[in-house]
Design a protein around this ligand. Structure first.
Ligand code: FA5
Ligand code: MG
Length: 440
């Protein structure tokens, strides 16, 4: 597709267009899919799971060991199964299920969701149907197969995705709902929800975050009049819509389009915004693969789809410097935001110094950074700010050593040396017992 056809002059001054660029993201990002009323839907799956053998009461069961999302009952014993090798959902992740930050009108994510709704309502006269309460527990078919994620795609791995069992995952993207909703006959819709990924740790990555999916299907008469082919027309409309959204939210901000790859769209793009001295990826999008439309009886149509990272957009909008803050219940955070207030800028209430601890070790073949991050989060929770590889070498015997720097910093209070030393000690112990590495 010609780059020129996609270039717009916009109020928001995209600083470059469609330049080829290889960058950080792992392809896993795109794997996802979703589920509900299809066979093996979470509803049926979970009721059958939970009506099986009588549940043992676990000693550490939190208050909410059973919760309900969008009419689906979620039982802790079904989701966290330490003895089940096909399950890798830790307690810390279960504790986030059902919180639905995006449905709180006074939370930055709820405020942002409503502002995006407003943009689509205004520009598409209310034609986008909205979903924000679909269960995050979906089948691998919904999360991967339905959106054409290849069988060997890295996003399907246990290293990247939280599996409830071999056929059921915590959705890793809201794209998991695309096909089901298309099959139900929807042609323009928005799906907002919490999504889950095993991932690295830093200011813009968190294992639970929120996405908004948008899908728009066109019929032939819509592009025929334009003189463009269907794909170019959809790509143009997509970029125009998203640039318009960015202007609606931010006014003037530096942004750029980057070509990328997703299994479910072609061509595919990402939008990046300049934030905290770096280019930050805020969304993925593209023209829907024809195979997806074919499977939902839309053979003669063309469509676009996008997936927005709500935290990333909210960080720019409200000047929130660290993604962990979205989970804060500290009144000094929560009191700064209120319904409909898009212009509020976050005022940091604390600036505590970070404390850095390095750990060096010989890795094993099975070592991955995501596994390390899971161990560190399991022990330090939200006290860990960043986990960063700072040294990496292989010796003459072929042994590989890594050194990671762990930054500890609370967003709410100062940490004592004693507390940090204890955390680091526990992290080192857990690394040895769970990661099969040899500390140096
Ligand atoms: C996807 O998830 C695709 N499903 C998006 C899509 C939908 C593309 C429809 C085409 C059509 P990706 O993995 O890049 O793509 O994630 C989308 C956005 O989620 C990213 O741009 C980023 O803003 C956000 N995101 C990804 N990982 C994290 C994370 N660990 N923490 C916070 N936000 C994240
Ligand atoms: Mg991406």
């Amino acid at each position: 597709m010609a780059a020129a056809s996609l270039v717009h002059s916009s109020l928001c001054r995209p600083s470059s267009f469609l330049h080829q660029q290889y960058h950080h993201h792992r392809f896993r990002t795109f794997a996802l899919s979703i589920p509900f009323p299809s066979s093996g839907s979470p509803a049926s799956l979970f009721s059958s799971l939970s009506s099986g053998s009588p549940q043992k009461k676990s000693r550490w069961a939190p208050v909410a060991a059973v919760l309900e999302v969008g009419g689906v009952k979620i039982v802790k014993e079904d989701v966290v199964r330490e003895d089940d090798p096909t399950n890798n959902v830790p307690d810390t992740i279960f504790s986030k299920l059902g919180l639905q930050l995006h449905r709180r009108d006074n939370h930055p994510l709820g405020i942002l969701k409503n502002a995006i709704y407003e943009y689509f309502d205004t520009n598409y006269s209310g034609k986008f149907v909205k979903f924000d309460n679909l269960s995050p527990i979906v089948s691998t078919k919904e999360n991967f197969d339905d959106v054409l994620v290849p069988a060997d795609h890295v996003s399907r791995s246990y290293n990247d995705t939280y599996y409830v069992n071999a056929n059921t995952v915590l959705r890793c993207h809201t794209s998991a709902h695309q096909v089901e909703l298309l099959r139900q006959g929807h042609n323009q819709f928005l799906v907002t929800g919490d999504v889950y990924r095993r991932d690295s740790i830093d200011a813009t990555h968190y294992p639970v975050f929120h996405q908004m999916e948008g899908v728009r299907v066109f019929s032939p008469d819509e592009w025929q009049a334009s003189g463009l082919d269907a794909t170019s027309y959809a790509a143009m409309d997509l970029k125009k819509s998203l640039e318009g959204l960015a202007c609606h939210l931010f006014g003037d901000v530096e942004m750029r389009w980057v070509d990328t790859y997703f299994p479910f769209t072609n061509p595919s793009f990402e939008l990046e915004i300049y934030f905290q001295e770096k280019w930050m990826e805020v969304l993925g999008c593209g023209v829907t693969e024809q195979e997806i439309l074919k499977r939902s009886d839309r053979m003669d149509n063309v469509a676009w789809a996008f997936g927005l990272g709500l935290e990333r957009l909210a960080m720019v909008l409200f000047e929130i410097p660290d993604i962990r803050l979205f989970w804060s219940t500290d009144e000094r955070f929560t009191s700064q935001f209120s319904e409909g207030q898009l212009g509020a800028k976050f005022k940091p209430f604390s600036k505590f110094p970070p404390c850095y601890k390095d750990v060096s070790f010989w890795i094993s073949d099975s070592f991955t950074e995501n596994n390390l991050c899971e161990v560190v989060r399991g022990i330090a929770g939200d006290l860990v700010e960043e986990v960063q590889l700072i040294d990496n070498f292989t010796n003459k015997k072929g042994m590989t050593s890594h050194c990671y720097r762990i930054a500890y910093r609370s967003t709410e209070r100062s940490l004592t040396d004693e507390e940090i030393n204890q955390l680091q000690w526990n992290v080192r112990e857990a690394m040895q017992s769970k990661l099969n590495v040899v500390l140096r």
